[in-house]
Design a protein around this ligand. Sequence first.
Ligand code: TYD
Ligand code: MG
Length: 453
Amino acid sequence: MAKSPSYSCTACGAVHSKWSGRCEACGAWNTIQQDAGISTGPAKSLGAKRGSTVTLTDLATEEAPPPRARSGIEELDRVLGGGLVPASAILVGGDPGIGKSTLLLQAAAQFARAGLKTIYVSGEEASAQVRMRAKRLGLADAPVQLAAETNLRDILTTLEAEKPGLAIIDSIQTMWADNVESAPGSVSQVRAAAHELTSFAKRKGISVILVGHVTKEGQIAGPRVVEHMVDTVLYFEGERGHQFRILRAVKNRFGPADEIGVFEMTGAGLAEVQNPSALFLSERGQPAAGSVVFAGIEGTRPVLVEFQALVAPTPHSQPRRTVVGWDGGRLAMILAVLEARCGIPFAGLDVYLNVAGGLKVGEPAADLAVAAALLSAREDSALPADTVVFGEISLSGALRPAAQTELRLKEAQKLGFTSAIAPAGGKASGVRGINLATMSDLTGFVGEIFGAG
Ligand code: TYD
Ligand code: MG
């Protein structure tokens, strides 16, 4: 049976059964191309020829956990799930200029110093540029092997001959596979290069780290199509104006997802931040209306962050709702619950919400801290500075206990906080030195904190 050719859009990646001038999925013109038969599936029907028998095992058979290589950069090793697993494929995504190349050059140097043979392939910078950066970072003496190359075939041949333990490809968008027609950076090229590199990693037992740029308009055209091919997906995030950078595991076949590593971008590269809570709270001044400290959990670690809210009469017919570092939809929900269940309206008021330090918070347990910040801003009355807040709010206005209450309280206590407000029902035995006030609904919370509301 002949395999009918397939076509895909080089702009959005949509697959079509026939060629047309315009992609129906994204509306772009002249972007549909026939997919070259790169090894993405069997070329012929499996029909007549018999395969060999596959060995079957049971679920109970224990296998030794894979040995991991550690870089010694604690924040990185932890996000990887305790070090680098041999023959694994890792994608590190992030906005251009956020510090991916810096992080990976530092990682390459540390892995190499720890005895793992490491090759760093840059498709974006000349070797001299990478060398200059290494010198600036004090890494010039690390036994990393460098290449400035974009031809995938040549890179694979070199890796096969050199047999490193780790190959870093910076970036996947610059790689060019000569069996695919479209330009470097297009979806078909990125997909083909990622496929070749990840299967090469498995076959030859070489770990590969792929760098991928995420751009505003090209999110799907970028590393998103690569995410399902790799074992681990890390995102390097942060606000360009801030020095803090968060390395976040969003997928990890070899460790917990949602783990974060915190770094600070300095003049001498990325420095590890051992105590993120202290860092995120370092810019906190006098107790101010609208400022609330949230005791959160990121991955396996407790992290305290400050939520800041500003509520002001709007000059517009449609009030503004602006959020940085949290979900806009979730903010709308909290505003609706405050209005419907507690009778506190925000109509005619602009609402701004910001997570200090550039951290992106995704936990529902931040609901109560957000509500507290909004109320505090609206009433223009500051919460006591030594108080942390956490808990999820349901649409009925009930408060749901958050997981790991104890861990949150311990972190708060470690950083000098003396009281906490949380939903009733959380497991918090054995945390001394913290005065815990528990509430079961939002109305009770409003009454307790801001008088009658
Ligand atoms: P880079 O790693 O090149 O970003 P990416 O690979 O994600 O595009 O980092 C770029 C920024 O980092 C650049 O604006 C300068 C800054 N930087 C420092 O502040 N200190 C340093 O030591 C280095 C190497 C870079
Ligand atoms: Mg770079």
